[in-house]
Write a protein that binds this ligand. Structure first.
Ligand code: NDP
Ligand code: 2IT
Length: 443
């Protein structure tokens, strides 16, 4: 049996009941056959067995009281997956669906994504099954303080640096940072996505969405195409979706859809982003309110944005939000390219449909790496005790995304899978981490 098959068996046997983690790990393992054959030292060093087993997994109780004085208990997670090339780095997800499988899948993806950025950051992820929706600022503060009262002992600017993800934005990071500082008395870059007045980086808010469009544009350019004049379908209406829409529009595309967990909007004249920002960023409301701004737009509470005809699809909401039948619909409607803003938004069956039909497909760990890359730039600024301008950070981000495209395209070609960027991104991300693990011995 091949080394990869053995690792897959071990993955299944050791992780029952963790479908998301196994899905993410399988996708990577399946891509590695050729690079594993070329490097027998990986087997000798048990690289695959070690890379699918987190360094440590922390789970803890998070008690808090609501505005009526009623006590609640949530579960907190931090999975420190791999620090071969730098301190653990990855976001904190606050969503009722959060469980160990989801945090492990996200932490695992983060290892390779962070490696692809070319910056010295390892892989980790955290979160809680706490639902921030409909909570008052005081309740959010209580939760964040309680969460950090345990988490602080496991993190540090050179140890593990959390950031935002679904449900965690500037407000939550602020409360968590304040608590960390209060407990430790350290003013250090222990979290990224901070506010600009206390160590945050310009362009971090925009970075994931902008980076997604920069990488997708590079992929299109290689085939003589571009965002200019194209129709774009986006899912989600959070941090990633909003700034992907902003940059795609700036490059001359027309974004016609966005969605949230309750429904989706179709605006054939192009989404009014100022309206979406006001609804989602300021009011923390529902997309159904969009019709108050644009009465002619359509709002649907059922179905998905992928039924709309588009040239470019950017899934920016959550995992497995685009399945085989969505992919077939997109292909039937002649989609040219798909860039994944969310983590693992396409199911394995959907990925196969795209690859078989020659759709340009930029996988999440490459396409959405701009967020964490800019987080690493925030860490650099914190260490230097300097702040760079928006233009400086944005230019660095753009350069990083172009490099990621080139590296994944080169790895795909070198290992016999030209234009299969899933294989390219997985190999390029893996190799650097694997080589560092070999160099550091069996730990
Ligand atoms: P936000 O919380 O800002 O937005 C999430 C968006 O997705 C919201 O519109 C939300 O709807 C929708 N959504 C979330 N969960 C579901 C669900 N189960 N079903 C349907 N819709 C859902 O998160 P982000 O924009 O930060 O994150 C979006 C994706 O991008 C995630 O996969 C995240 O892991 C990934 N990502 C984020 C990065 C970042 O820097 N923030 C970096 C790289 C990847 P509603 O408003 O109703 O909640
Ligand atoms: O999935 C991701 O890359 C993020 N949520 C961002 C992580 C980070 O550390 O900025």
């Amino acid at each position: 049996m091949s080394y990869v098959s053995e690792a897959m068996q071990e993955l299944d046997a050791r992780n029952p009941g963790q479908p998301e983690f196994r899905q993410a790990a399988k996708e990577v393992l399946e891509s590695l056959e050729s690079v594993i054959n070329e490097h027998p030292e990986y087997r000798r060093n048990a690289i695959l067995e070690r890379i699918i087993e987190p360094d440590r997994q922390i789970m803890f109780r998070v008690p808090w009281t609501d505005d009526k004085g009623v006590a609640h208990v949530n579960r907190g997670f931090r999975v420190q997956f791999n620090n071969a090339i730098g301190p653990y780095k990855g976001g904190i997800r606050l969503h009722p669906s959060v469980n160990l499988s989801i945090i492990k899948f996200l932490g695992f993806e983060q290892i390779f994504k962070n490696s692809l950025t070319g910056l010295p950051i390892g892989g980790g992820k955290g979160g809680s099954d706490f639902d921030p929706k409909g909570k008052s600022d005081r309740e959010i503060f209580e939760f964040c303080r309680s969460f950090m009262t345990e988490l602080y002992r496991h993190i540090g600017a050179d140890v593990d640096v959390p950031a935002g993800d679904i449900g965690t934005g500037a407000r939550e990071i602020g409360f968590m940072y304040g608590t960390y500082k209060k407990i430790t008395n350290l003013y250090e870059g222990v979290l990224t996505g901070k506010g600009l007045t206390y160590g945050g980086s310009l362009a971090r808010t925009e970075a994931t969405g902008y980076g997604l469009v920069y990488l997708t544009e590079e992929m299109l350019k290689a085939k003589g195409k571009s965002f200019k004049g194209s129709v774009v379908a986006i899912s989600g209406s959070g941090n990633v979706a909003i700034y992907a829409a902003e940059k795609a529009t700036a490059l001359g595309a027309k974004v016609v859809t966005m969605s949230d967990s309750t429904g989706w909007i179709y605006d054939e004249n192009g989404i009014d982003l100022a309206a979406v920002k006001e609804i989602k960023e300021v009011k923390r409301g529902r997309l159904s309110e969009y019709k108050n701004y644009r009465p002619k737009a359509q709002y649907s509470a059922s179905g998905r944005v992928w039924q709309v005809k588009c040239d470019i699809a950017l899934p920016c909401a959550t995992q497995n939000e685009l399945d085989e039948s969505d992919a077939k619909t997109l292909v039937k409607n002649k989609v040219i390219a798909v860039g994944e803003g969310a983590n693992m938004p396409s199911t394995p069956e959907a990925q196969e449909v795209f690859l078989k039909n020659g759709v340009l497909f930029a996988p999440a760990k490459a396409a959405n790496a701009g967020g964490v890359a800019t987080s690493a730039l925030e860490m650099s600024q914190n260490s230097q005790r300097l702040s760079w301008t928006f233009e400086e950070v944005d230019a660095k981000l753009h350069g990083i995304m172009i490099n990621i495209y080139r590296n994944m395209a080169a790895a795909a070609e070198k290992y016999g899978s030209k234009d299969n960027f899933i294989v390219g991104a997985n190999i390029a991300g893996f190799k650097k981490v694997a080589d560092a693990m070999v160099a550091q011995g069996i730990q």
